[in-house]
Write a protein that binds this ligand. Structure first.
Ligand code: PMV
Length: 331
């Protein structure tokens, strides 16, 4: 109910627009440098704290929507037709239903993602942001990107950030209707800034970020300190971006990810997304740094790591982490 109220508040009479034949859009994935972990409202995906991310340029998801003359919707993910009863289909259809209150059309939804799904690589962010933008195209909303951010948030919290490119801050906001919980881009362009995706495991995560967050907030004695930690880290990271202080950015982002995982490891029972290869790769990062190669890691709700480094170190990184896929968000 709260979600449909929010949609009505944002779209108003545009909710009654007649769909065109097709709509399509792309949105990048994003990796948080200062993490979102814990909600103050589970239905509206309102976070406990603000967060800050970098969008991944050409790595993300494209959604094509097509009106079909059929009794039910059709969902195709990376070329495979999904069962309507699958968890992913249900979540997606619930989201789409918010935007067709009278159930007056059926759609074929074709999503193509060039990042592994549900392996802690923020694929749901790219997915829900691209679906929101494709709906805006299909239903001709003529909408501002900030409003797209509010709507995408209703699908997946971190999707609020994927409607923008570059560095993006998602403001936690304080309103109970969430109208001030919106993402905004930072102005800094940093062409040398690189990420490396170290994919250690592509299988689907055992516990969703939604469930893991809720469990952490409810049971972890460390969680009470998390908002204070985020406030400090966020200020440092914003400052590091503005002054292009890569050392400050890397150290703070790595510490922030480790602090998030510490809150989970202290939940009862604990949640641990790392595998032995995650820990090995972390050690390789620390050894590389000790040997003078400036590289940091961050980790989300999965075993894979994302490396942070500057373009001048690309050759070193390829040598040390041969399987790593390099992304230059600003190029
Ligand atoms: O938006 P969700 O429910 O996929 O949660 C994302 C949580 C993290 O990726 C771990 C952190 C973040 O800020 O992206």
């Amino acid at each position: 109910v709260k979600k449909s109220d929010a949609v009505r508040q944002i779209l108003g009479t545009r909710l009654d627009n007649t769909p065109r034949a097709t709509g399509s859009a792309y949105a990048p994935a994003n990796i948080a440098l200062c993490k979102y972990w814990g909600k103050r409202d589970a239905e509206l995906n309102l976070p406990q704290t603000s967060s800050l991310s970098i969008s991944l340029g050409k790595r993300g998801a494209t959604t094509e929507l097509k009106i079909i003359e059929a009794p039910t919707d059709q969902i195709i993910l990376n070329g495979k037709l999904l069962e309507a009863s699958s968890g992913f289909s249900q979540r997606l259809l619930q989201f789409i239903n918010l935007f067709r209150p009278r159930q007056n059309f059926c759609v074929a939804i074709n999503i193509n993602s060039n990042i592994p799904i549900a392996a802690g690589l923020a694929s749901s962010a790219a997915g829900f942001a691209s679906i929101t933008k494709a709906l805006a195209d299909l239903l001709d909303w003529k909408i501002h990107t900030s409003e797209l951010s509010l709507l995408a948030r209703l699908g997946s919290g971190s999707a609020a950030r994927s409607v923008w490119d570059g560095f993006v801050e998602w403001h936690a906001g304080s309103r109970s209707d969430g109208m001030d919980s919106v993402a905004e881009p930072l102005l800094t362009i940093w062409p040398e800034f690189c990420l490396g995706l170290v994919i250690l495991d592509e299988t689907e995560k055992k516990i969703s970020s939604r469930d893991a967050m809720q469990h952490t907030v409810a049971t972890s004695p460390l969680y009470s300190d998390w908002p204070r930690q985020v406030a400090l880290d966020l200020a440092l990271i914003k400052d590091a971006i503005t002054t292009k202080n890569f050392t400050l950015l890397g150290l703070t982002a790595e510490a922030n990810a480790s602090a998030m995982h510490a809150t989970m490891q202290h939940a009862v029972p604990p949640i641990n997304y790392s595998t032995a290869s995650t820990t090995d790769t972390m050690k390789k990062v620390w050894n590389a740094r000790a040997a003078g190669v400036e590289v940091y890691f961050t980790q989300d709700a999965g075993p894979n790591l994302k490396l942070l480094f500057l373009a001048g170190n690309t050759e070193n990184i390829t040598q040390l982490f041969p399987a790593c896929e390099i992304i230059q968000p600003f190029c």
